[in-house]
Every structure is written in C-alpha cells, then in structure tokens.
Ligand binder design. Structure first.
Ligand code: TRP
Length: 354
C-alpha cells in the first residue's frame, strides 16, 4: 500500500519549474546561482520539479551558431545531472520537443504590449553586451517565451538568477491578464533566488561568466582548478603577507564562503588574514583543497554518465514525454478558456492523422 493510502491524501506538492539556457559546460557561478537551489528543492521532496533545457532561448542570441546548440545541450545536461538532479524524481525535458510551448508563446504575445517588452532590463543589457543595432523580435520576446515555459506546466515556484526576476514579474502579469480576460487557468509564479546571486569571477570582476573567461568549470580537473585559483585576484591593497588584508570583496574569501565545508577553517583564515598573519598562498591552497573536495563527486558522476552513451537521450526523451502530456492538458484548458475550441472534429482528425 502506498504512503498516501495509509495516511490519507498527500497534500499536493507545489510545482517547480526552472529553465537552463544551454551554454555548454557550466561553472561554479551557475552552481551557487541556481543549481544548488534546484537540488535542495528537488531533494526536499516537497515539489514536483520540472527542469527544461531552453534551446530556443539559446537561439535568440546564438542564431548564427545554431549548429553548436546540440553540443552545448549535451555538455550542460551532463553537468546538471552530475550535480545530483535526478531524472527519476524530476522531469528534465527539452523545450523544442514540446511544440505546445511555441503555441502558448504565440498566444501570449497578444497579451504583452510591445512597450512593456522593451522595458525589460535584460533586453537592454543584451543589446549593449552583444553590440546589436537593434533587438530581433525573437530577443524582444525572450521573456514572453519564458512565461510560456513557466505557465505551460503551471509552475508556482521558479528558482532563477537575480537578473531573471523581471521575467518572472512579466510572467505574473501574463497570468493575471489571461485569468482576468478568460478564466483562471494559471498560478502567479514566484521567483526564488539562490544563495549567491552573483559569484565573482576569478579575475575579481563582479560576475563569473564564460564570455569574460573568468570561470571555474564544474568539470575542470584538479590541476586546472589549482592553476586557476593560484592566479586568482585577491586584495589589491595588500602588498605583503604581514599587511592586514580585506576579506570583504575578496573573491578568494567569497569562494571560501560559498564552497568550503570546513567553516572553522574559513573563520580562522579570515581572522588571520585581517591581522596580516596569513599569506595569500596558504589561503588559496586551502581553497584549492576545498574546491576539489566539492568537485570530486561531481566529476565522478559526470565520468560515469559519459560512459553511458544512450543515457542522456533517454532521459530527455522520457522527461519530454511527461512534459508534453502536461503541455497538452494546459493548452486544452487555454483553448477552452479562450473559446478557441471551434471545429473540434476537424482538430481531432488532424491530430490523429499525425
Ligand atoms: N532565461 C533563463 C536564463 O537565462 C533560462 C530560462 C528559460 C528559464 N526558460 C525559463 C528560467 C523558465 C526559469 C523559467 O537563465
């Protein structure tokens, strides 16, 4: 007999959804920014988790290099599984395998004014960073597609990076608009930000990012991690090991805080550092050891998964099948709510023919 039968009905679990933009191998910033939260919530058992690989979102800025997206997905999903996302507990799926997402997106574009989409801060940042003359319609619609991802599974909780909160706000607006205009189909989703919304890069710049070349990858081998850490930026005001150093704003200590499981060691290093009683080399060596302790099991799992050739595709196929059932149901509710259920016999015939 299941637990549910013995103890009465299980309170229904909240729906969680988040998306991964496939950018190839992921780094420590991705981990503390969102993966860690995803894992924690998955493992709490309190959420029904959906994780999607947002390959269409990757196209909005990477359309010229579309051919690389497949490899980026493979590398990224291996990392995501290696950190402990478990396809037997969570649904991991590929956005482009769910055509209903594109359909829902199209319907949502009617509910968002062009001016509203243009006011999203990430859009301005992208246009500036990528030196675009003007955003494509695809890029302008990026957050509307994200709203379709979230609302397709009627996601209530959405772990995201801090920069994504404006997209969640738009998602709520779309849901409210739809529910008021037609019928209450959608929840108002809530964004959840991770412990370290912005992990600095190894070069001391505020954000770890691939394009800046300042990352430590989850799949970097121990020697690479050592080299990267030993050449990290620290406290520029400190010239000698006997000078009192600054812990705040010092990325080496930020990483200690984020990854060193030996909290006593971290506290002790900080105390000595501010008094000028420890050199950067020792602080870094301890960080190398801590990072390798943290990364070892991830590397091991990744290597295991790499030895199982068909596995990744199987996971995505199973997850996408589950997500697609959910998507069909949502789209049916949407069509009914909007009154787009005309010519049902024709629709049924076309659907059964393909
Ligand atoms: N835009 C997100 C990012 O850049 C990725 C993403 C796509 C996403 N669809 C989503 C995040 C749905 C949360 C929910 O990181």
């Amino acid at each position: 007999m299941t637990e549910a039968r013995k103890n009465g009905p299980v309170p229904s679990r909240k729906r969680l959804l988040t998306g991964l933009r496939p950018t190839g191998r992921y780094h420590l910033g991705n981990y503390v920014g969102t993966f860690e939260k995803d894992l924690e919530l998955q493992n709490s058992g309190q959420y029904e988790c959906f994780f999607l690989v947002a390959d269409y979102h990757a196209l909005t800025t990477g359309y010229e290099t579309a051919r690389e997206i497949g490899d980026d997905i493979r590398e990224g999903v291996l990392d995501f599984l290696a950190v402990g996302i478990d396809p037997t507990r969570s649904t991991l799926y590929l956005q482009s395998l769910i055509p209903e997402v594109s359909e829902l997106f199209l319907l949502f574009t009617m509910l968002v004014a062009k001016n509203r989409a243009e006011r999203i801060p990430t859009l301005k940042e992208q246009v500036r960073d990528l030196k675009l003359e003007s955003a494509s319609l695809g890029l302008l619609n990026y957050p509307v597609l994200q709203a379709a991802d979230i609302l397709m599974v009627r996601g209530e909780v959405v772990p995201v990076g801090k920069d994504q909160l404006s997209h969640i706000e738009l998602t709520r607006e779309v849901a409210r608009r739809f529910n008021t205009l037609y019928a209450p189909v959608f929840p108002e989703s809530e964004g959840l930000v991770g412990r370290f919304p912005k992990l600095p890069g190894t070069d001391g710049s505020p954000k770890m990012s691939k394009s800046m070349g300042n990352t430590i990858l989850l799949s970097d081998d121990p020697e690479t991690v050592r080299k990267k850490v030993m050449s990290m930026y620290t406290d520029p005001t400190r010239l000698r090991a006997t000078d009192p150093g600054h812990v705040r704003g010092n990325p080496v200590f930020t990483y200690h805080d984020a990854f060193n499981d030996n909290h006593e060691e971290v506290a002790e290093l900080k105390a000595r550092y501010t008094k000028g009683r420890v050199g950067d080399v020792e602080v870094k060596q301890k960080l190398v050891a801590a990072l390798n302790r943290f990364l070892d099991p991830i590397r091991e799992r990744r290597a295991e998964l790499e030895r199982r050739p068909g596995y990744l595709e199987e996971v995505l196929a199973d997850g996408s099948r589950t997500a697609r059932l959910e998507a069909r149901e949502t789209l049916r509710l949407v069509r009914d709510a909007m009154g787009l259920n005309y010519f049902p016999a024709a629709r049924a015939r076309v659907e059964s023919a393909v």
